[in-house]
Design a protein around this ligand. Structure first.
Ligand code: ADP
Length: 400
């Protein structure tokens, strides 16, 4: 019998959802509502066998958005009872040092998610808003929080502590948390399956390269190092985020350029990365510009690849023995040239790509037969991972 989980990713003015068949992994329905609370909202709903529904309308708040979703499910199916809905999974960005796995949401957990807001001011309050509205909309079902940070709580102190005054760090909960954990967990598990070996024996470097980008070193199924930090600003060069910079740049911009902290926050989070370097944050456009010979696009791609290569090198050292490198997310899954650039020159370290396999599509090995470390493209599926974690929790608690 079908069992499904309703997976929710709530932003401050958006709501993304997917009804996932836990056992087959199929999407039974999905959609996105944007510009909630604004004068021009847009709502989209899709399900297999129906024409995509798109409406421009005012959506006043998240509860209103859920009402719209229920209306679409009523009209176009699937029926939630027929789909045997067993629970609701909420993506929550910051779980702090407390949540090392998915948890059933009660009032206390909701409060703790709210208490973590200072560490993720843009995300946790929005996630919490989604949780509150969903609990009002689906009062009879278990709600589960799945944290982006949870997978990384296995990172040892030597890797998650920053070398600053320890009492300041403790007081303000400053440490590396890491993000994209759901994706890194899904891909590293899948990697072990694809290699046909037990998860505990496989060491993988996962490169999640989307608009946000992060790398994780996974030893035997456990994250031991990751490139994002206390916030998702650290690490690799991203669509609009700088990734690592000397923190001294911030003081310099404040003191010498007279920029406010908010302006620097916006600069580094929203106007940097590919966007800052080239004027567009979309990898496809940057690649097109580079192919047309535009120097700043060519240089931007070199910067992205340089950072990636250095990260891979560091993680090879941290893991000691690496079995596989897995590329995932929008750029990782689709950009053969970026994969090739990122690993160029690493042949001496046992990493050799096969150009023809690299140019293909779908889940596959892209390394050459003689490559000591296998390289793969493994499409991520965060919704399915969330749905599975909800199902596991519901099964183990006997909750209905
Ligand atoms: P998000 O982090 O928002 O989930 P995605 O994982 O969807 O982002 O990745 C978005 C990025 O993937 C964009 O930079 C986009 O240009 C890039 N991308 C998508 N398809 C391709 C492609 N065929 N070639 C190169 N880049 C691509």
């Amino acid at each position: 019998m079908t069992r499904s989980v309703f997976v929710i990713n709530a932003g401050s003015s958006s709501l993304k959802y997917q009804l996932v068949d836990v056992d087959s992994g199929a999407s039974l329905a999905s959609g996105l509502i944007e510009r909630i609370g604004e004068t021009t909202g847009e709502a989209r709903h899709e399900a297999p066998g129906i024409e995509r529904v798109t409406e421009r309308r005012v959506i006043t708040d998240h509860e209103h958005a859920f009402g719209w979703v229920l209306q679409q499910l009523d009209r176009h199916g699937p029926d939630l009872d027929d789909a045997n809905l067993i629970g609701i999974g909420h993506r929550v960005v910051q779980g702090g040092a407390r949540f090392d796995r998915a948890v059933a949401i009660d009032d206390d957990v909701a409060q703790q998610i709210g208490d973590l807001a200072p560490l993720a001011p843009l995300h946790n309050p929005a996630n919490l808003q989604g949780i509150r509205s969903a609990r009002a909309t689906f009062p009879g079902h278990p709600h589960v929080a799945v944290f982006d940070t949870a997978f990384h709580l296995t990172i040892p102190p030597a890797a998650h502590r920053y070398a600053i005054d320890a009492s300041v760090a403790a007081e303000h909960r400053i440490r590396k948390y890491g993000f994209h954990g759901t994706s890194h967990q899904y891909v590293s598990r899948r990697m072990a399956e694809l290699l046909g070996r037990p998860l505990e024996e496989v060491n993988t470097i996962v490169l999640h390269l989307g608009n946000g980008a992060s790398a994780t070193a996974v030893r035997g199924g456990r994250s031991v190092e990751t490139s994002m930090g206390m916030t998702p600003l650290a690490g690799l060069v991203m669509g609009t985020r700088s990734g690592d910079i000397d923190p001294g740049v911030i003081f310099h911009l404040h003191r010498e350029a007279g920029m406010s902290i908010d302006a620097i926050d916006t600069l580094l989070n929203k106007r940097s990365g590919l966007l800052g370097l080239t004027g567009t944050g979309d990898m496809r456009d940057v690649r097109q510009a580079a192919d047309a010979g535009i120097p700043r696009a060519v240089e931007a791609l070199e910067i992205v690849a340089h950072r990636l290569r250095g990260t891979v090198g560091a993680y090879l050292a941290h893991l000691g023995r690496t079995d596989a490198i897995a590329f995932t997310a929008g750029i990782g899954e689709n950009s053969a040239p970026m994969r090739a650039d990122a690993l160029a020159g690493l042949e001496g370290l046992g990493i050799v790509l096969d150009p023809e396999r690299n140019a293909g599509s779908g889940e596959r090995r892209i390394s050459a037969d003689g490559s000591a470390i296998e390289v793969w493209v493994v499409p991520t599926n965060e919704e399915l991972e969330i749905a599975r974690q909800v199902a596991e929790l519901v099964d183990s608690s006997g909750a209905e």
